[in-house]
Write a protein that binds this ligand. Structure first.
Ligand code: SF4
Length: 71
C-alpha cells in the first residue's frame, strides 16, 4: 500500500510579484510574515496537512505571488 503520510509541500513567494499588501500575513499569520523589505516570506515549514489554508491564501493573493508545489 502506498504511504500517503509523507506527502509534503513547498510554499514559495515570488518576491518580484509580491506587492506587500499584507493580506496573507493578516489571514494566515501562522505561515506568512513580512520581511525587512516588507515582502512576504514563509515561516513554520508548512506541511501537506496545511494545504487547504495555504491554497486559500494563494488564491486570495492579489498578485498571485504565492506558489505551492506538492512534492
Ligand atoms: S497576499 Fe500576496 S502580494 Fe500580499 S503580501 Fe502576501 S504574497 Fe505579497
Amino acid at each position: 500500500m502506498k504511504d500517503t503520510t509523507k506527502k509534503e509541500i513547498k510554499v514559495q513567494i515570488d518576491r518580484s510579484l509580491c506587492s506587500s499588501c499584507g493580506m496573507c500575513v493578516t489571514t494566515t499569520p501562522e505561515f506568512f510574515e513580512l520581511d525587512g523589505d516588507l515582502i512576504s516570506r514563509v515561516k513554520n515549514n508548512p506541511t501537506f496537512r496545511d494545504l487547504p489554508i495555504l491554497e486559500e491564501a494563494a488564491q486570495n493573493c492579489p498578485s498571485e505571488a504565492i506558489k505551492i508545489t506538492k512534492l
